[in-house]
Design a protein around this ligand. Sequence first.
Ligand code: THU
Length: 130
Amino acid sequence: MSLKNAATAVRLNAHAPYSNFKVGAAIRAASGQIYAGCNVENVAYPEGTCAEAGAIAAMVAAGETQLTEVFVITNSPMPAPPCGGCRQKLAEFGAGEVKVICANTDGVERVTTIGDLLPGKFDASHMDRS
Ligand code: THU
């Protein structure tokens, strides 16, 4: 299955009764394996989780920690990029220059990278005083 098909399929399972904004995300891990996730909202609003976080959790649960490509799909006028928190979460596991494809359900796609989405990111080097 392609990243696009995986993200498109999983978006339908999103639990988004509060925003009515379903998001599907699929990531390709370094092994080539695809992991998918959708947003899961909660009546206690801050407890909801983003689609990208779900896909990352599936990847890590399967024993992988490196991703090379991400596809995010939403039903929106224009493709929606990952939120700030998800940019940082994706950067944690990015292997090299990670391609990020944002799409809407009309078939419009925008291609970018995590580096472009999160310039000056906080990483482990900022905690190293030795
Ligand atoms: N959402 C995601 O799943 N990923 C993002 O990167 C942006 C926002 C979800 C969270 C919430 O369930 C809904 O979209 C509206 O913000």
